[in-house]
Design a protein around this ligand. Structure first.
Ligand code: SF4
Length: 62
């Protein structure tokens, strides 16, 4: 049986935050195809604004 990776989601995310922030061009294409925007009630938002908010959330937790 292979060893179990004990890294938590939060730890794994924290190790990747800067790469995610550096890599995203804020093109908004992911928001244009995301199926969660309608049930979340944010389908009217501009994709570039949405990804900006997501990056702020990833960066600051707020
Ligand atoms: S906005 Fe979305 S699709 Fe565009 S670079 Fe960032 S994560 Fe990728």
């Amino acid at each position: 049986m292979p060893p179990v990776d004990e890294t938590s989601f939060e730890t794994a995310l924290g190790e990747r935050v800067q790469d995610m922030l550096d890599g995203c061009t804020r093109c908004g294409k992911c928001a244009k195809v995301c199926p969660s925007l309608v049930p979340a009630g944010i389908s009217d938002a501009q994709p570039e604004d949405l990804i900006g908010g997501i990056l702020d959330l990833v960066r600051t937790g707020d």
